[in-house]
Design a protein around this ligand. Sequence first.
Ligand code: LCS
Length: 398
Amino acid sequence: MVEKSKQIGSATKAIHAGEESLPKTGPLAPPIHQNSTFRFATAEECVSAFTDEDTGYVYTRWGNPTQSVLERKIAVLEGGEAALATASGMAAVSTALLTILEHGDHVVAMDSLYSASHNFLDKELQRLGIETTFVDATHVNHIERAIQPNTKAIYIESPANPTLKLVDIAACAEVAKAHNITSIIDNTFATPCGQQPIALGIDVVLHSMTKYLSGNGTVIAGIIVGSAEFVGESKKRVLRNFGGVISPFNAWLTLHGVATLPLRLERHSANAYQIAVFLEARQEIEWVRYPGLPSHPQHDLAKRQMDAFGGMIAFELKGGVKAGERLVNRIEICSLAVSLGDVRTLICHPASTTHSQVSPEVRRHVGITDGLVRLSVGLEDAEDIIADLDQALSRASC
Ligand code: LCS
C-alpha cells in the first residue's frame, strides 16, 4: 500500500514503507536479525536461496531481513526501484562508482565534494586507470564540456560539503541522458525529504546514512538507490566481493532513525534559517551561505529543486583561522565535532579537519577558505543555539 501509492506523504512513508513484509502478528517495531547465517530445512531450499535470492536469505554479507526493511524504506522515500545499504557513506560512493567503471574509463565530477569522495575519485580511481575531470558543476555547461568518448559517470553533490554550492540537478541529468552516461548524486546534505533527485532525472542517489538518515550520531552507514538492475549489479558484482556491507545493528538503528526524518528535517531547516539570519546580521561575519537565504548565489535554484533547505550552514569569520579557533573554544551548547545531521548542533573548521586531506590549492579553488566555519544545526531550541553563538562570537572577537 505505502510502496505503491504515489499519493502517500513522506512522513507516512518514513514510518511504514518497507515494513509491509513483516508478519501481521508479532513485534510492531521491526525487530533486529543479528545473525550471520541462515538455516534451511532441505537441500532444495538451500539451493533455491542460492540461485534465487527472492526465496530466502543465505548469509548476511549477501543480505539480511533487517537490512531489507531499511533498503525498501529508503528506496520508497527516494522514489527509486531498489536500494543497497552499505557499511559507510564511503562504501556507498566506492561501490556505486565501481559498479560502472572499468580501466580506461573517465568520470566528470564536481570539484566541490566531501574530501574522501574527492580523494577516491582523484587518487584511488587513478590507480585503477580511471581518470576524473573535476569541474565547477554550478554551471552545467562545464560538465558537458568535460565529457569525453570514454566518460561513463557524472558525479555531483548538491548541496556540496561544506561550500553549500548547488548543481541544477534536472539540467545535469539531462546532459547525462543526452550522452548516455550514468548520473550519480550524493544527496546526504538534502536528504530524500529535502530533495528528490530521481524525480529530477538522476540515475543513482547515494547517502552517508551516518548523518540525517540515522540522525542520532550512533551509526556509520551508507546507501545506494537506483534501478533494480543497477542496485543488483552493485550488490552482486561489487559489494558482495569487496565486503563493505552494513551490520544488522547499524541497519536496525538507522531504520528507526529514518522514521522521524521528515519531522527532524522540518525542525533542522526551521532552526537553520533562523540561525542563518542571525549570523548574517553579525558584524564579526564576512558572509553566510545557506540555500534558504536570498543572499545564496543560487537561491532561485534552491527554491526550484529543494523542498526543504536543510540544517547545514557555512560562514566566514572576519578574523580567519584565529577567530575560528576562538569561536569553537567558547561555544557551550554547540559541540566541536566533525560529522553532521545529528540532533545536536555541531560546529567544525573544514580546512583543518574534514577537508584537510584535500590540497590547499583545491580548497582555495572551490571556496573552502581558511576562515570557513561549518555549522550542522541540531534540534535544540533555536533561541538557545543563537544565545550560545552570540556569547561565543562576542567573546571570540575580543
Ligand atoms: N558524503 C558526504 C556528503 C559526507 O559528508 C560524508 C562524510 C560522506 C559522504 C562519507 O560518509 P561516511 O563514510 O563517513 O559515512 N562526511 C563527514 C564530514 O563532513 N565530517 O565527518 C564525516
